[in-house]
Design a protein around this ligand. Structure first.
Ligand code: GLN
Length: 491
């Protein structure tokens, strides 16, 4: 039972002395023992360390530690460095890597007494939208074990949905927090670029990578963000600013706010599942009933977001993965007879998707293609950002589906990369522009699969995004459902 509660519910029980962190951690591990064999949310579990950390957290609580995260078990995506605990990026290239330091976000959570349950599965280096590109094993969706949990933070989202963690950290380069959160029926937040430190996050595409929370409700997302946000001298892109009180923003009052609905997103009927569209319009009605004004807007360059994202992200990925050569970084392949074959054999260990990105990235950065591909995509990135700036002169938030479909069956898109890439059609725009974006569950399809609603906001205005998400969540009247963790057969 404890494994099904939210951070804020547990916070009250912990503060009242009715339960201990040790009990919560034990409940989470009991759930792991029950379901992990079928879900595979984790690559590494830290059972003993977690019990020791829970004991320490109970001591901190007894002394009045104020953080809501004290004593709360959480999953960490396995591309975030954790001192003394393997950090593999689900890649053969990092199978033996044990970082000597914690990522700043991990250090901050540990310092307030949060308990790390384990390292969550992902698509290799965060490249993918289904967690099937993990070189360890795929994770399954707790709502239907024959389907993907989304990706690339699929392990984090599945763990939170299934009760294998109370909350999790994910990373999001083009949608990797929001899309799996939507597929697993939980909340996910990609913060503004520069708000949360990336120090210790193993990069995919550094100009678009973000770290953020995956939680059971919006209040919990605010609570985790509160702990991880703020300037970090170790991250040169981190912004020095006063971090607002995010929980205080959850007033429920959204009367008079203008919410933009981009026509380019809802008219893409060829990709948008009608049930997802219906759920999103249902959510728009709820927001209007709370006094917000939903208005159609235009983001003329949004249709180029996905292509722009894959050109720029691949360019950056090809450069960040170039260091994995067995000399500078990465597990060196055994048995090579000379230096060149050592490099080759080492880099052959990359999975298919990583290789594809390296090839595409190298292509778009070649002298002959640089102007027509890379530079052009950078210009389109600016146009996309300008579209959003224009929209935000008038709107407080922008509403859209999180993904065009619900969770799809395992294996269905593995040999269709472009169909897989379309999972990010509504999310990658926020990464290109660096703006905050939240996904909140907004219903279920006739097949009982969760649908996510995306709310994007102005840079550093997480408060408004969370406020709208929280107000919606409180009035959505969604049926209370829990994942059944059963395999469904077709038909
Ligand atoms: N699905 C996108 C990709 O494969 C985004 C991944 C991510 O956000 N890490 O690149």
């Amino acid at each position: 039972m404890l494994d099904e509660l939210t951070i804020h519910e547990l916070r009250s029980l912990l503060r009242a002395g009715e339960i201990s962190s040790k009990e919560i951690v034990a409940a989470v591990y009991a759930k792991i023992d029950q379901v992990e064999e079928s879900l595979r949310s984790y690559i590494t579990l830290c059972r003993e360390e977690a019990m020791a950390e829970a004991k320490r957290a109970d001591g901190m609580l007894a002394k009045g530690e104020a953080s809501a995260l004290c004593g709360i078990p959480l999953a960490i995506k396995d591309n975030l460095s954790t001192a003394g605990v393997p950090t593999t990026c689900a890649s053969k290239l990092l199978k033996d890597y044990v970082p000597p330091f914690d990522a700043t976000v991990v250090a901050r959570l540990r310092s307030v007494g949060a308990v790390m349950v384990g390292k969550a599965n992902l698509d290799e280096f965060g490249l993918g939208s289904s967690t099937e590109n993990s070189q360890v094993y795929p994770t399954r969706n707790p709502w239907d074990l024959s389907r993907v949990p989304g990706g690339s933070s699929g392990g984090s989202a599945a763990a939170v949905a299934a009760g294998e963690a109370i909350c999790a950290l994910g990373s999001d380069t083009g949608g990797s927090i929001r899309q799996p959160a939507a597929f697993c029926g939980v909340v996910g937040l990609k913060p503004t670029y520069g708000l949360v430190s990336r120090y210790g996050l193993i990069p995919a595409a550094a100009s678009m990578d973000h770290v953020g929370p995956i939680t059971r409700d919006v209040r919990d997302a605010a609570l985790v963000l509160q702990e991880i946000a703020g300037w970090d001298p170790k991250d040169p892109t981190s912004v020095k600013m006063q971090v607002p009180d995010y929980e205080a923003a959850l007033t429920g009052d959204i009367a008079g706010l203008v919410i933009g609905l981009p026509r380019e997103f809802i008219n893409g009927d060829d990709v948008l599942d009608p049930e997802v569209k219906e759920a999103m319009f249902g959510a728009a009605n709820v927001l209007e009933s709370l006094g917000a004004r939903v208005e159609e807007i235009s983001l003329p360059h949004a249709k180029y977001a996905m292509a722009t994202f894959y050109i720029l992200a691949s360019a950056e990925i090809s450069s960040s993965l170039a260091t994995f050569d067995g000399v500078r970084l990465g597990s060196r392949a055994e048995g090579a007879k000379d230096t060149v074959s050592m490099f080759t054999k080492t880099r052959e260990q990359f999975g298919q998707e990583a290789k594809r990105r390296i090839l595409v990235g190298t292509y778009v950065l070649q002298a002959d293609n640089y102007d027509t591909c890379y530079l052009k995509a950078q210009k389109v990135r600016t146009l996309i950002r300008e579209d959003l700036e224009r929209a935000f002169q008038h709107c407080s938030v922008i509403l859209s589906p999180t993904a065009p479909t619900v969770a799809f069956p395992l294996g269905h898109r593995l040999d269709k990369p472009v169909v897989m890439y379309r999972s990010d059609i509504y999310t990658s725009i926020a990464n290109l522009a660096g703006i905050p974006a939240l996904t909140v569950p907004c219903g279920y399809t006739s097949q009982d699969l969760p649908v996510g609603l995306q709310l994007m906001g102005k840079p550093f205005d997480e408060s408004t995004v969370l406020k709208v998400g929280h107000a919606y969540e409180g009035h959505a009247c969604l049926p209370k459902r829990r994942p059944k963790m059963e395999v469904k057969t077709n038909g």
